[in-house]
Design a binder for this molecule. Structure first.
Ligand SMILES: Cc1ncc(COP(=O)(O)O)c(C=O)c1O
Length: 440
C-alpha cells in the first residue's frame, strides 16, 4: 500500500512550498496541547502555533465540545438575510474586549479577507461621505497583510508578491520602526521615534487623498517579526487624527493575546477606526475573519439609496461552527487566566533568549508577549536566506517545529505551553543557534 506521503506527492500542491526541492511534509495524524503526533510515531512541539493560529492548544476539550454541540444544531446558513446565535454572541463578545468605540463586526473568511474588507470599507466610506478623492492607502515597509490581491498590494514588495505586480494597485509606503535596522541609522536608546517623520511627511503632502493608513500594530510578522516601540503606534494614531484619515489595524497576528495584551493596540492605548481579526479568533480551529468598525463608518453606509450598500460577502460568512468555537475561545480567556500565562511566557522567553545576544552571529533578540525572536546577523537577509531551510531541519530533527523567516528565527507557541515545555524548546533553540556559527 502507498504511504500517505506518496499519495500526497501524487495529488497535492502545498502553500509556500517549492514542490521540487522541499523536504517531505510531516504526516500529522493527531495533535494534543502543544504537540503534533505523526504517522511514524514522532511527537513534535508545535513552536509556531500552526502558522500562528493556535492559542489554547490543539484539541482543547472546551473548544471540541463547542464545535460538536454547534454541529448538532446548525452547521451553516446563508448570512445575507439570515442570522444566528453564534454570530450575534461572538460579535457581542468581541465588542466587549475590543478597544471602546468599535461597535460593528463584519465577518469574512480569513486574515486576507478581513484586510480586503477593511480596505474596501475605507474606500467606500469616503465615497459615501462625498469625498471620493480620498482613495489612496499608506502602509509600512516590511508589511505583510495576506495573499489576496488587495492584501498583497498593501504588503511590502517581496519575493511573495513579485510575480503578481501587474495585478496589484499602488500603495504608498512609509518607514517602519525596525530598530535593529533603523531606516535612519539611529539608536533606539537616543532616538525620538524620528522614523515617524516619513509617515508625517506623506500625510502632510497627500493627506486629503489618503483613505487610510494600514499597520500591523506592535509586531510586524511575516516581514521579519519586527517588534515596535509603543510610541510609534501612538504616533500613527496622532497623525491619522491630525490628517483626518482612517487608521486600520491589522491584528490578524497580534490579536487575542499574542503580544501579552488582548489586542496590540492596547500597548499604546489607542482605538483604530477599523480592526482586522482572524487566526486566534477561532483559536486555530476554523477559518474565520472579522473586521471591526466604528459606528461612524457603519453609519456612512446607511441610506435609502441601495447603491451605498457594502457589496461584499462570502459563501461561508459568519459560519456558525467557526463562530461557536470563537465564542468558546473568549470564554477560555475569561476563565483560564490566559493573558497572565502569556505574560509569564514573555518573561521566560526573555530570560531564555537574551543570553544568545553575546554570540557574534546573533544580531538582535526581540521578545513581545508569546513571541521570541532571534535575528541572525547574516549578510543574507530576507525570506530566501539559506539559513532558513537549514535551521528548519535542525530544529525538526530535535522534535521542534519552527519555520524561520530566512535569517529570522522565531518561537511562537500555543499559550498553554507549560514552563517545562517552553524550557525544553528554549534549550533546543540555544543548542541549534550556538552550534550554528561554527558552520556558517
Ligand atoms: C498580519 C497579517 N495579516 C493578514 C494575514 C493573512 O491571513 P490569512 O493567511 O489567514 O489570509 C496574515 C497571515 O499571516 C498576517 O500575519
Amino acid at each position: 500500500m502507498k504511504s500517505l506521503l506518496d499519495r500526497d506527492r501524487a495529488c497535492l500542491w502545498h502553500p509556500y512550498t517549492q514542490m521540487l526541492t522541499a523536504p517531505a511534509p510531516i504526516p500529522v495524524v493527531r495533535a494534543q496541547g502543544v504537540y503534533l503526533y505523526t504517522e511514524d510515531g514522532q511527537r513534535i512541539l508545535d513552536g509556531i502555533s500552526s502558522w500562528w493560529v493556535n492559542i489554547h492548544g490543539h484539541s482543547h476539550p472546551k473548544l471540541n465540545e463547542a464545535l460538536a454541540a454547534q454541529a448538532r444544531q446548525l452547521e451553516h446558513v446563508v448570512f445575507a438575510g439570515c442570522t444566528h446565535r453564534p454570530a450575534v454572541e461572538l460579535a457581542e463578545g468581541l465588542l466587549q474586549v475590543l478597544p471602546a468605540g468599535l461597535t460593528r463586526i463584519f465577518y469574512s473568511d480569513d486574515g486576507s479577507t478581513a484586510v480586503e474588507v477593511a480596505l474596501k470599507l475605507a474606500l467606500q466610506y469616503w465615497q459615501n461621505l462625498g469625498q471620493p478623492r480620498r482613495s489612496k492607502f499608506i502602509a509600512l515597509h516590511h508589511a505583510y497583510h495576506g495573499d489576496t490581491v488587495g492584501a498583497m498590494s498593501a504588503g511590502e514588495e517581496s519575493v511573495f508578491t513579485r510575480a503578481f505586480t501587474p495585478m496589484m494597485f499602488p500603495v504608498a509606503r512609509a518607514h517602519a520602526p525596525y530598530c535593529y535596522r533603523c531606516p535612519l541609522g539611529l539608536q533606539r536608546e537616543t532616538c525620538r521615534i524620528d522614523c515617524l517623520g516619513d509617515l508625517e511627511r506623506q500625510l502632510a503632502a497627500e493627506g486629503e487623498a489618503v483613505a487610510g493608513v494600514l499597520i500591523e500594530p506592535m509586531l510586524q510578522g511575516a516581514g521579519g517579526m519586527i517588534v515596535w516601540p509603543a510610541e510609534f503606534l501612538a504616533g500613527v494614531r496622532r497623525l491619522c487624527d491630525r490628517y483626518q484619515t482612517l487608521l486600520i489595524a491589522d491584528e490578524v497576528l497580534t490579536g487575542f493575546g499574542r503580544t501579552g495584551r488582548m489586542f496590540a493596540c492596547e500597548h499604546a492605548g489607542i482605538r483604530p477606526d477599523l480592526v482586522c481579526l482572524s487566526k486566534g479568533l477561532t483559536a486555530g480551529y476554523l477559518p474565520l475573519g472579522a473586521t471591526a468598525a466604528t459606528e461612524a463608518i457603519y453609519e456612512a453606509f446607511l441610506s435609502e439609496d441601495r447603491g451605498r450598500t457594502f457589496f461584499h460577502g462570502h459563501s461561508y460568512t459568519a459560519n456558525p461552527l467557526a463562530c461557536a468555537v470563537g465564542l468558546a475561545s473568549l470564554a477560555v480567556f475569561r476563565e483560564d487566566g490566559v493573558l497572565a500565562r502569556v505574560q509569564a511566557l514573555e518573561r521566560q522567553l526573555r530570560a531564555g533568549l537574551e543570553p544568545l545576544r553575546r554570540l557574534p552571529w546573533v544580531g538582535d533578540v526581540r521578545v513581545i508577549g508569546g513571541v521570541g525572536v532571534l535575528e541572525l546577523a547574516s549578510s543574507e537577509a530576507g525570506y530566501l536566506a539559506s539559513a532558513g531551510p537549514r535551521l528548519y531541519q535542525e530544529f525538526l530533527s530535535r522534535g521542534l517545529l519552527l519555520r524561520p523567516l530566512g535569517n529570522v528565527v522565531y518561537f511562537l507557541p500555543p499559550y498553554v505551553i507549560t514552563e517545562a515545555q517552553a524550557d525544553w524548546a528554549l534549550e533546543q533553540i540555544r543548542g541549534v543557534i550556538e552550534a550554528f556559527g561554527s558552520v556558517t
